[in-house]
Design a protein around this ligand. Structure first.
Ligand SMILES: C[S@@+](CC[C@H](N)C(=O)[O-])C[C@H]1O[C@@H](n2cnc3c(N)ncnc32)[C@H](O)[C@@H]1O
Length: 198
């Protein structure tokens, strides 16, 4: 990823014209890995990090999970998210909050406790800002998880969470083959990680 991907100004410029875009994979593919961790009957509290112009929140709502807080540090992304929810669902019931995912404790109003935290390539954008930003995000996620809570993250990096200080145990729950330009291109994957607090 280009270094600018961690900068809000990059996303502001991009979302001025972009109304819908999916990073790495369609939301339905990501949801297929999430299914075992979704529990609509318990009013699961879900935090969706770096929602962008994705329709992941709509897919969650279709699965019966509507207690979703979509956060992004770029307000235009949240505007886009509301419009997407309204156009697919007919109303807006989810929460949309401007928050920097490297400052979750400060930016989310208290008490902010979640059973499931999701990100689809937001960790990749944040990691462009270096290890300190990545760790700040990870520690913030850890702090806002309820007991038994989990973080599921989709990344293009096979080594995204290879860091000793990480306050999570990590396992890969899925890998998605990336499109190839030529049949002889090497096999590359996007990685779906499950993170359990240590
Ligand atoms: C690679 S895009 C992924 C968007 C969406 N999750 C998807 O799958 O299409 C990264 C998103 O994270 C947001 N983002 C990047 N750094 C952030 C930060 N520090 N705090 C909050 N949002 C951030 C960007 O505004 C953008 O919407």
């Amino acid at each position: 990823m280009a270094a600018d991907f961690e900068k809000q100004s990059y996303w502001h410029h991009r979302f001025a014209s972009e109304t819908a875009f999916e990073w790495l994979t369609p939301s339905a593919t990501f949801i297929s890995f999430l299914e075992p961790y979704l529990n609509a009957s318990t009013n699961q509290r879900i935090l969706h990090l770096g929602s962008g112009t994705s329709d992941l929140h709509v897919c969650l709502r279709k699965k019966g999970c509507a207690d979703v807080t979509n956060v992004d540090y770029e307000p235009l992304a949240l505007d886009r998210g509301r419009v997407i929810e309204e156009s697919f669902c007919g109303d807006v019931v989810m929460k949309y909050a401007v928050a920097d995912v490297t400052r979750l404790r400060a930016d989310l109003s208290a008490p902010s406790t979640f059973d499931l935290v999701l990100d689809k390539s937001t960790v990749d954008a944040v990691s462009c800002g270096g290890e300190a930003a990545f760790l700040a995000m990870a520690r913030g996620v850890r702090e806002c998880l309820a007991p038994g809570g989990l973080w599921v993250s989709l990344s293009y990096s096979a080594t995204r969470f290879d860091l000793e200080e990480l306050p999570f145990d990590v396992c890969v729950i899925g890998k998605i083959p990336t499109p190839k330009a030529k049949v002889t291109d090497p096999d590359l994957y996007y990685w779906c990680y499950l993170l359990r607090p240590r």
